[in-house]
Design a binder for this molecule. Structure first.
Ligand code: XLS
Ligand code: NI
Ligand code: NI
Length: 439
């Protein structure tokens, strides 16, 4: 059964093609810095935005029908499997990501929900075998159902905590069964709206308890992939505990979870936290926790998570530059945690969204290659710190100086020179590389 008869396989046709349904920059077998573009980028389809979200917002209903011709929730989910794999195949997307409740409907009881999953998972597995498409990561939706209104792992009710644990166990079983290399904790409603009703320390201790149980269980069933935390500063709660990369790294180290966890960095969450996307990536990689990416972009004029498809080449370039610096993806990849705008309400739009996102990242990769081979930025940064390679600088780095040594050195020394940081020149070098990458 085909769902999108009028759309064929999307091919690379280059920048001069005026075929909307073609790639202008994403040439999957093109070798960039020694690897295929597809290996650098590891694109994934997000099941929730692509197969589920229908355009609902606070003021209006769905604008696109995603029932895929079925008339009940379970059949809809069956059809979604085939429709989803058709989309991925036609776009040449090699990975996908899901929440448990994206792929199968929630039943009246936990047992019923699990039974629904057991109907759908074999279908997904056979489609994976047929197409070679792989699971990047799985996760549990422990935030949508009203029972989770006060959080999952941080819920004041131990009954809800237990429910979340049960759901995570099942979602992890499925992730392992489908060969996933990642399992994500995005802190859904793990946060608070007012301290007047919240024991913050107890809630965070509990979150760590849940994560520890998850790691122990996962390793006991042979899961060798990474666990990820996906930072986000706010929304849905006023204050999300997993605020940003630095906060999450502190949390993981404090609770001894840093060996099993890495970070899943989302562009729009970075900007909501008041950081740039590349700042968040750098913090993760500097701490050995660069894991995976949720590719999207926000709107700088709006204070919430708009999850737009990424089209800003400046951002994709700097993201791919950080990714290359971090040594590329191992278990992670680029998951389009992005959704079509409410007014882009056709399935053709969904294809166009992915093409735009994939092309923007492919171009970003070419810019990153240009930045690396150009070398001026790397060289500038290296030179900027070169005073630490000898003399007093080397002594400082080697731990050979005391504060008194610095006092004596400076007492007898000369006034330090002030060297330019050359920001505007570096920004123009970046622009040069963005333009040269297109040649
Ligand atoms: C929401 C998050 C979510 C996670 C997966 O803001 O980005 O989509 O990626 O639970
Ligand atoms: Ni996300
Ligand atoms: Ni988001």
């Amino acid at each position: 059964m085909k769902f999108f008869e009028n759309i064929g396989n999307i091919k690379y046709e280059g920048i001069d093609s005026d075929n909307m349904l073609s790639f202008k920059h994403y040439d999957k077998n093109k070798i960039v810095l020694g690897r295929k573009m597809s290996e650098h980028l590891k694109f994934a389809m997000s099941y929730w935005h692509t197969m589920c979200a229908g355009g609902k917002d606070m003021f209006g209903d769905d604008t696109i029908n995603k029932s895929f011709g079925a008339d009940n929730p379970l059949d809809t989910c069956k059809n979604k499997v085939f429709a989803g794999f058709e989309i991925m195949e036609k776009l040449g997307i090699e990975y996908f990501c899901f929440h448990d409740r994206d792929i199968a409907p929630e039943g009246a009881t936990f047992a019923e929900s699990s039974a629904n999953l057991d109907v759908i998972v074999p279908l997904i597995k056979s489609e994976m075998q047929r197409t070679g498409i792989k699971l990047l990561w799985g996760t549990a939706n422990c935030f949508a159902n009203p029972r989770f209104m006060s959080g999952a792992g941080t819920n004041p009710s131990s009954e809800v905590f237990a429910y979340a644990g049960a759901q995570i166990k099942k979602a992890l079983d499925i992730t392992v069964e489908l060969g996933g290399t990642g399992y994500v904790f995005w802190g859904g409603r793990e946060g608070y709206d007012t301290l007047l009703n919240t024991d913050m320390k107890f809630e965070q201790d509990n979150m760590a308890r849940l994560m520890k149980m998850t790691v122990e269980y996962g390793r006991s069933i042979g899961y060798e992939g990474d666990f990820y935390i996906e930072p986000k500063p706010k929304e849905p709660t006023k204050h999300q505990y997993d605020f940003d990369s630095a906060t999450v790294i502190g949390f993981l180290r404090h609770y001894g979870l840093d060996k099993d966890f890495k970070l899943n960095i989302e562009a729009n969450h970075a900007t909501l936290a008041g950081h740039t996307f590349n700042h968040e990536l750098r913090v993760a990689s500097d701490n050995g926790m660069f894991g995976s990416i949720d590719a999207n972009q926000g709107d700088m004029l709006l204070g919430w998570d708009t999850d737009q498809f990424p089209t800003n080449i400046y951002d994709t370039s700097l993201c791919m530059y950080e990714t290359i610096r971090a040594g590329g993806f191992t278990n992670g990849g680029l998951n389009f945690d992005s959704k079509a705008r409410r007014q882009s309400n056709s399935f053709e739009d969904i294809f166009l969204c992915y093409i735009a996102g994939m092309d923007s990242f492919a171009y970003g990769l070419l810019v990153a290659e240009q930045l690396v081979t150009d070398g001026r930025i790397d060289k500038f940064v290296e030179d900027r710190y070169s005073s630490y390679n000898s003399g007093i600088g080397k002594d400082i780095v080697d731990g050979k100086t005391s504060l008194l040594d610095l006092y004596n050195y400076t007492l007898n020394g000369v006034e330090p020179t002030t060297n330019s940081g050359r920001q505007e020149w570096l920004e123009s070098v970046l622009n040069d590389c963005i333009i040269k990458a297109g040649r």
